[in-house]
Design a protein around this ligand. Structure first.
Ligand code: SAM
Length: 331
């Protein structure tokens, strides 16, 4: 079989599927306080439609799928979707990104449905800061959700992702590190990107992975790199000199990894995006709903992938903001 490749020779293996644009948080760096105009039900792909696209995508080379949103756990019966996707032959990894608020109720059902990987987004361990950033006073519930996850060892590692923002994240770096060393959580910081609906992003707000690493090394000494040999890995991963705990830095702004990008994204309304910062999309929903065959669908996906953007151009005069915010794309 011909592999799924783009015109720059990158092999595309990973697909992020947003299953809803709705979210129960209103993170200031992502969504306005009043939310966004939500998609109508008929605009959103049904689970059957998602399964069909996923099956076709896997048949032509996608190996990893991550479910995201909005907040994926607000969509009803998500364990059913997980159960169905798990059955796709050739799919090597199925994961989920969540804000964690509904994990206490859903971790068991997700594990039972066959989910084995989860990322929980958590930007602050301090109640007031958390409430201000997410505009929801729900830190306790997220921490309870994480605790609940620990009951299901088939879901591992538990990854905790924090957006790094200057003058916000520095004071808690070491607290997050202690968490990574105390619990079986892998902590990763991701640089703030210009994908916020309110357009508050400023270059000065970026707190780079290198700066965070230096703060940690001041306290713990040199971090020890963990290498996996997977060139498409987005995180620079490290452990400590005693081997206890793992932290990582995802540096899309200060050290872009577009050259090894292996990702495409499907929005909740069925638009295929070949770059987080894409300004154009391919309407897979229209194709799905037009009685097209799986072969037709595969052809359209291949063509879109072939035209994948070279890079995101953040920090360059050629940079253009994406036509949707992170919650509408699926982070
Ligand atoms: N609701 C889920 C969650 O919280 O993980 C999934 C969707 S959320 C859009 C996915 C990730 O994108 C979260 O970790 C969030 O912090 C991150 N994110 C949102 N806006 C961002 C931005 N402007 N820069 C960097 N990361 C961002």
């Amino acid at each position: 079989m011909e592999l799924l490749v783009d015109s720059y020779g990158r092999r595309i293996k990973s697909m992020r599927i947003s299953i809803t644009d709705k979210c129960n948080f209103r993170c200031t760096y992502c969504m306005p306080a009043e939310g966004l105009p939500w998609l109508k039900k008929a605009e959103i792909l049904s689970y059957e439609e998602i399964e069909r696209i996923a099956t076709v995508a896997v048949s032509i080379g996608i190996e990893q799928i991550r479910l995201t949103g909005g907040e994926p756990l607000v969509r009803r019966d998500i364990p059913d979707l997980v159960r169905q996707l798990r059955k796709i032959e050739g799919l090597r990894s199925l994961s989920l990104t969540t804000n964690g608020i509904l994990l206490k109720q859903l971790a068991g059902a997700l594990s039972e449905a066959g989910l084995t990987r989860i990322n929980v987004s958590l930007d602050s361990l301090m109640r007031e800061k958390f409430a201000k950033l997410t505009r929801r006073d729900q830190l306790t519930r997220v921490l309870e959700g994480l605790k609940e996850l620990e009951q299901y060892p088939s879901i591992h590692p538990i990854k905790v992702n924090a957006v790094a923002i200057r003058d916000y994240s520095e004071e808690e770096v070491l607290e997050f590190v202690r968490l990574a060393r105390r619990k079986a959580y892998v902590i990763r910081w991701i640089e703030f990107m210009p994908l916020d609906a309110d357009q508050i992003w400023r270059k000065e707000d970026i707190l780079s992975g290198a700066e965070l690493k230096a703060l940690i090394e001041d306290e713990y000494g040199p971090l020890v790199p963990i290498t996996t040999g997977d060139p498409s890995e987005t995180a620079r991963r490290y452990t400590f000199s005693d081997g206890i705990g793992e932290v990582g830095f995802i540096n899309p702004v200060s050290e872009p990894f577009c050259a090894t990008c292996d990702r495409i994204r499907l929005t909740a309304d069925g638009q295929l995006r070949t770059c987080l910062f894409a300004t154009e999309e391919t309407d897979l929903r229209a194709i799905l709903r037009s009685n097209a065959s799986d072969d037709d669908l595969a052809k359209v996906i291949r063509q879109a992938v072939w035209n994948k953007e070279l890079k995101h151009y953040i920090g360059d005069t050629r940079f253009k903001r994406a036509n949707r915010s992170m919650s509408m794309i699926g982070g």
